[in-house]
Write a protein that binds this ligand. Structure first.
Ligand SMILES: [Zn+2]
Length: 189
């Protein structure tokens, strides 16, 4: 069993909504691996991380679709920068706009490079009309016909799979017998 209550292949398929840069997409399937909760635990434990990647792997159940797995990765950031362009990152947003999403606002942290030594409550000291450049979440989707394609999607530029991807596959193997078999199989190098 996995520690993540939301991962449960036995509950059957449902409408899943995923995202990429072009918008929101849906398909029928179920979640077989989810690393977002670990990131949440680290963040809430005061892990101090400013950027991380969330990953979810879904099994797709519509036989008319040409894919069997959907991998959602999301580069997440809670960093904001000075609005004068000292760092070339982020989307310019006013404090007033940011306050409309209170949870997000509370989570934001100043960039250590362009706002060195500034404490976590810096945003509170700004006028509502002031602007900062806020890094945005970057979702990416991979539609995969086979588990091999999922594995290839998890490889970095040097071809290796790093910790996060390994964790995702471990959990997926626990919840999906096809993945467990694929990972146990001997394959030519
Ligand atoms: Zn910066």
């Amino acid at each position: 069993m996995t520690e993540n209550a939301s991962v449960n292949g036995r509950r059957g398929s449902e409408k899943i909504v995923v995202r990429d840069a072009s918008g929101r997409w849906f398909f029928q399937g179920y979640l077989i691996s989810d690393l977002a909760w670990r990131n949440k635990v680290v963040a809430e434990g005061g892990g101090g991380r400013l950027r991380w990647t969330d990953m979810q792997l879904y099994r797709a159940t519509d036989p008319t679709k040409p894919f069997k797995y959907v991998l959602q990765t999301t580069s997440k950031s809670i960093v904001y920068h000075r609005a004068d362009g000292a760092c070339p990152h982020g989307l310019r947003q006013t404090v007033e706009k940011l306050l409309r999403n209170r949870d997000r606002y509370e989570a934001l942290r100043p960039c250590p490079e362009c706002l060195p030594g500034v404490d976590a409550h810096h945003l509170d000291s700004l006028e509502e009309s002031a602007a900062v450049n806020v890094e945005q979440d970057r979702p990416t989707l991979y539609k995969c016909r086979t588990i091999e394609q999922v594995i290839d999607s998890l490889r970095g530029r040097d071809g290796t799979i790093v910790g996060l991807g390994l964790g995702l596959l471990d959990e997926a193997a626990e919840n999906d017998p096809d993945i467990e078999r694929a990972l146990a199989m001997e394959r030519p190098l």
